[in-house]
Design a protein around this ligand. Structure first.
Ligand SMILES: *Cc1c(COP(=O)(O)O)cnc(C)c1O
Length: 235
């Protein structure tokens, strides 16, 4: 068994344990394998072990990988999530290649993605990135701006708003992690009262996955624990 396959099995059982502990059903949390900076061979190994959803952070690198698998391994039918920061002059590439976009934080990005989504593809599935910790250094909308942006997105023809994403402040204690994630879950519940189809919370990484799952995460984003350390510094 390859080490990537072993790592996937290990993470999957950690997710199942966390689900069981808080009484959630088995398949209620999706594992997103964050493959940024990793070669297509590593992704192929994960895919052959049954992993289907992959997350990428860098536009050109991500699009190259999407194209590679579309050409060489269409049978794997991989699902691609963009989870990095996006400049408005790069939206077309994301609209043309990805299935999901987790980090929408302003109107201009949303409008361009909708305009540039090719007609032969289904709507881009999108999440709004929320900055729950209020740190100036992190991207994401404030709670105040969230509902204005959601209203705009809900009117765009080629985007489907599915929920929220967050990268909370990195804190070691479980109670603080849980509090931050519950704040995000409450916002998602408010959003779901106003709009149909809101069913996704992208939250939880290696260090805070259990708290995220207890608070209602539906997608956890895990990189290093599957693929090993990243070697190049821009990661
Ligand atoms: C890189 C990244 C991850 C995964 O981080 P690891 O520490 O490698 O598990 C998750 N979410 C986002 C937004 C990332 O950029």
């Amino acid at each position: 068994m390859s080490s990537i396959q072993q790592n996937l099995e290990h993470i999957t059982s950690q997710i199942e344990n966390a689900q069981q502990k808080c009484g959630r059903s088995r398949s209620s949390v999706q594992l997103l394998a964050v493959s940024k900076t990793k070669p297509v061979e590593a992704i192929l190994e994960a895919a052959e072990a049954g992993q289907r959803a992959f997350g990428e952070n860098y536009v050109q690198e991500g699009c190259d990988k999407v194209q590679f698998f579309a050409e060489h391994h269409p049978e794997l039918n991989l699902e691609w999530h963009f989870i990095g920061p996006l400049q408005s002059n790069k939206t077309r590439l994301i609209a043309e290649h990805f299935d999901w976009m987790h980090t929408i934080d302003r109107a201009k990005i949303a409008q361009r993605l909708s305009e540039q989504r090719p007609a032969h593809l289904p709507p881009l599935q999108v999440l709004i990135q929320v900055n729950t910790s209020g740190e100036a250094s992190k991207s994401g909308v404030s709670e105040n701006d969230l509902f204005t942006l959601a209203e705009l997105i809900s009117g765009l023809p080629n985007l489907t708003l599915r929920g929220l994403m967050s990268i909370p402040e990195n804190v070691p204690d479980y109670a603080s992690q849980l509090a931050a994630f519950r704040q995000l879950a409450a916002l998602k519940d408010q959003l779901a009262e106003k709009y149909d189809g809101i069913d996704t919370l992208s939250m939880g990484m290696s260090g805070d996955m259990a708290a995220a799952i207890e608070a209602g995460s539906t997608i956890v984003r895990i990189g290093t624990a599957i693929f090993g350390q990243r070697d190049y510094p821009h990661a």
